[in-house]
Design a protein around this ligand. Structure first.
Ligand SMILES: C[S@@+](CC[C@H](N)C(=O)[O-])C[C@H]1O[C@@H](n2cnc3c(N)ncnc32)[C@H](O)[C@@H]1O
Length: 250
C-alpha cells in the first residue's frame, strides 16, 4: 500500500472528505489543513489548477499524489469526474465558537433552525461563504458537517464558521427571523452584526426561535404563493444585506 493510501485509511474516519477538484481548490484557498490528496490523473488535475486556480497551483502540486484509477475509486463513495479527492482536518469547535462570538462583527451569522435537507444546508454554506458571512449555525439534529452537506458546500465550509448550537446559545447580535408573515424586508436595513434565522423546510421557525426573535421579516412574495425554498430565502436575504452596503470581504 502506498503512503498516501495508508494515510487515507488512517485519517478517513476523523477528517472531512473533499470530493473533486473544486472542493479541494476552495478548501486550500481558505486555509484548510489537507493531510492527504489523491488523483487518478495528476496531469489533468494540474491542468485544471492552471486554468481555474493559479493562485493555489503550487500548493495543489505539492499536495496531490497520483494513485491508480482503481485505488482512487476504492477510496471514495462515488468517483468524481475530476478524479480528485482529499481529506481535510475539520476546524475545532472551539475555534468556530470563538469566531461566532467575536464582536464587533462585520458580517451576519446565518441560523438554520432545525433544517432537514442536507442539500439545502450545503447550498446555504456556499452562499454564506460567497457573501462573506461570519458563519452558519444549525439547530436541531442535522449535522452541518455531514459528508452530503460538505459536498453541497463545494469545500467552502472552510471559508465560514460552521457549527451546530442550541437555540439558547446563538451568537450575540440582533435576531432577525425570516417568515412570510413578517414585516417587508425591503424597508429594513440589516446591520452587519445581525443574526439571520430561517425556519425548517417543513414547519418553518420553531417556537423556541420565535421566542428569541427581535424582528420578524418577510421576503416579497406574490399572494397565493406559500413560501420560498430555504436556500433561496437565505440567498435573497444575504443579497439584501450586501446590496445595502454590507461589508464585502476582500
Ligand atoms: C420552505 S420555508 C418553510 C415553509 C413552512 N411550511 C412554513 O410554515 O413556514 C423555509 C424557510 O424559508 C424562509 N422563507 C420562505 N419563504 C419566505 C418568505 N416569503 N419570507 C420570509 N421567509 C421565507 C423562512 O425562514 C421559512 O421558515
Amino acid at each position: 500500500m502506498s503512503d498516501p493510501v495508508r494515510a487515507w485509511h488512517r485519517l478517513c474516519d476523523t477528517c472531512v472528505l473533499l470530493d473533486g477538484f473544486h472542493a479541494l481548490k476552495h478548501a486550500v484557498r481558505f486555509g484548510a489543513e489537507v493531510p492527504v490528496a489523491v488523483t487518478a490523473d495528476r496531469r489533468a488535475a494540474l491542468a485544471l489548477a492552471d486554468e481555474l486556480a493559479p493562485d493555489v497551483r503550487e500548493e495543489l502540486d505539492a499536495l496531490l499524489s497520483e494513485v491508480p484509477q482503481e485505488t482512487y475509486a476504492s477510496l471514495v463513495p462515488r468517483p468524481h469526474p475530476t478524479a480528485v479527492a482529499a481529506l481535510a482536518v475539520r476546524p475545532s469547535r472551539e475555534a468556530n465558537l470563538r469566531t461566532l462570538a467575536r464582536t464587533p462583527r462585520r458580517a451576519p451569522v446565518v441560523v438554520l433552525d432545525q433544517p432537514r435537507n442536507l442539500g439545502n444546508a450545503g447550498a446555504v454554506i456556499r452562499l454564506a461563504a460567497g457573501f462573506g458571512a461570519t458563519g452558519v449555525v444549525t439547530t436541531g439534529t442535522l449535522d452541518p458537517w455531514h459528508p452530503t452537506v460538505v459536498r453541497g458546500g463545494a469545500g467552502l465550509h472552510f471559508a465560514t464558521a460552521v457549527e451546530r448550537l442550541e437555540v439558547d446559545a446563538l451568537p450575540p447580535g440582533p435576531l432577525f427571523a425570516l417568515d412570510p408573515e413578517g414585516e417587508d424586508i425591503r424597508g429594513v436595513k440589516l446591520p452587519d452584526d445581525a443574526v439571520l434565522a430561517f425556519g425548517s423546510e417543513r414547519s418553518g421557525l420553531s417556537a423556541a426561535l420565535r421566542a428569541r426573535t427581535d424582528h420578524l421579516l418577510a421576503l416579497p412574495m406574490r399572494p397565493r404563493v406559500s413560501s420560498y425554498n430555504l436556500a433561496t430565502s437565505v440567498a435573497m436575504t444575504l443579497y439584501h444585506w450586501s446590496a445595502a452596503g454590507g461589508a464585502s470581504v476582500p
